[in-house]
Ligand binder design. Structure first.
Ligand SMILES: Cc1cc2nc3c(=O)[nH]c(=O)nc-3n(C[C@H](O)[C@H](O)[C@H](O)COP(=O)(O)OP(=O)(O)OC[C@H]3O[C@@H](n4cnc5c(N)ncnc54)[C@H](O)[C@@H]3O)c2cc1C
Length: 428
């Protein structure tokens, strides 16, 4: 039992019911929080109001943000990588939540643009690290005719009798080179500015693109320098949420890259793609917990300022219950996100089942929180003068980003069913 000598106010941290941060964790959290408040929020607000062309133009505040982010050392890949798994499982969600709290579009721009460099470091190959290890890049997987199918790379959700689309990029193995032709989707994050790409693409190794005896394709995971002859870009994409995150098509016209830049082929490429998605989905959950928290905090402040019915609206009971429901949802989202970091960095993890569980729940919850928090602002919530409509637009995009939530759920249930059948010794 607990024994209280005196009933006191709760002690809450930046992330609500925060119990046990070490001194180092708290220092990192405060540092990232300051950066999120002083750099990300003002720049994110400016970029949100700009056209996609202005966002990527020379002199745009986006470049200023990226320079400040690199200089801050917040995402020092070397330092983060040298941490133990336990340390990573605790510090990553803290960092990602603060970045999301600052501005989710900028947070994703930072993280997505680091994927090729991060992948290059994991190869341990000095030549690959030298070529790709420090340049801003992008993660190129979806194509106009291949959206959810990319998330379903192992083809477990293909309709009976159907087959996956071939896609719009053809990769051909020719001698000791890969030749790339076609285009990505318009959704490639940081695509308009990326200097490299980590691409997962259907590949013809000499026997066609379709994988013999399956409904799926042969794949390759390749690092592509985007300064090669034959690479061009489309118009930057105009969209409703995460507008500070530039996105756009990348075109390939007979782009030749050495065999060495293929970091995974065949089944290994599927595994690598799933590994990237496993990290990205886990990261999305922490980032969008930050968005939910931002919406909750704005609402809590507003209901203490706005007066209607002769009093601050927090004094109305229906407002109180709505505020409490927002609080509960943010805490529940964070708890699940943390649990998945712990699992993925434990001896049992990582697994995509864990990551889709938190990504889908947190991003759906964040949209609900942002929408319900906006409601508490009344008409003001709909205007650009207040932060709520931006948070709601940003949260909405997250339900499709890194895999549309329904498809991610289908991937999750496939794993659950396989696990059950294995345990029960049955096959249905
Ligand atoms: C903000 C943002 C950032 C992104 N960043 C990147 C990036 O960096 N790199 C990249 O390559 N891509 C990126 N994407 C693309 C993203 O991965 C795709 O948008 C997503 O996978 C969905 O694909 P789609 O848009 O083609 O939708 P579709 O696949 O066309 O889906 C349309 C609808 O059909 C349903 N559906 C499709 N297939 C099935 C099925 N088998 N069973 C049941 N229902 C199905 C879906 O659930 C969905 O509701 C990004 C997207 C967004 C929104």
């Amino acid at each position: 039992m607990f024994a209280f000598e005196k009933v006191e106010l709760p002690v809450l941290g930046l992330r609500g019911l925060e119990a046990d941060l070490s001194e180092e964790e708290r220092a990192i959290q405060e540092n990232v929080h300051r950066f999120a408040r002083d750099v990300m929020r003002p720049i994110g607000k400016k970029l949100d109001a700009m056209s996609p062309e202005e966002v990527i133009a020379e002199g745009s505040p986006l470049h200023d943000y990226m320079a400040q982010m690199y200089a801050s050392g917040i995402l020092d890949l070397g330092a983060l990588d040298s941490m133990s798994d336990l340390e990573k499982s605790r510090i990553f969600p803290i960092i990602f939540e603060e970045l999301g709290w600052g501005d989710s579009g900028l947070a994703i721009a930072t993280l997505a643009s680091a994927i090729p460099a991060f992948t290059a470091h994991t190869t341990g190959d000095p030549e690959i690290i030298e070529r790709f290890g420090s340049l801003p890049g992008c993660w190129l997987a979806t194509q106009p005719d291949k959206g959810s199918e990319v998330v379903d790379m192992d083809a477990s959700n293909v309709h009976p009798g159907g087959q996956q689309n071939k896609g719009n990029i053809g990769v051909r193995k020719e001698g000791n080179e890969y030749v790339i032709n076609g285009q990505s989707s318009a959704w490639v994050s940081y695509g308009p500015l990326a200097q490299t790409a980590m691409a997962y693409l259907p590949c013809d190794y000499g026997e066609g693109t379709f994988k013999e005896g399956t409904q799926g394709l042969n794949w390759v995971g390749v690092l592509i320098p985007l300064d090669q002859p034959g690479v061009s870009r489309g118009k930057p994409l105009d969209k409703i949420g995460q507008r500070p995150l530039p996105q756009g098509e990348i075109f390939f016209d007979n782009v030749r890259i050495p065999e060495k830049f293929a970091i995974a082929t065949g089944e290994k490429a599927i595994g690598q793609m799933m590994a990237t998605l496993t990290f990205a989905n886990m990261e999305m959950a922490a980032t969008f917990t930050g968005v939910a928290r931002a919406a909750f905090e704005h609402a809590l402040e507003y209901v203490h300022e706005r007066k209607q019915g002769g009093t601050a609206i927090i004094n109305h009971q229906s407002v109180q219950t709505r505020i409490f429901s927002l609080w509960q949802k943010v805490e529940a989202a964070r708890a699940l996100s943390h649990r998945v970091f712990s699992y993925n960095y434990s001896a049992h993890g990582p697994h995509l089942l864990a990551s889709v569980t938190s990504k889908t729940f947190v991003t759906d919850t964040t949209f609900q929180v942002a929408s319900d928090a906006l409601q508490l602002f009344g008409g003001n919530g709909l205007t650009k003068e207040y932060p709520m409509e931006k948070l709601m637009r940003d949260a909405r995009a997250a339900m499709i980003e890194d895999g549309e939530n329904t498809i991610l759920g289908l991937k999750g249930v496939t794993w659950l069913s396989c696990w059950y059948q294995d345990k029960a010794g049955i096959s249905v």
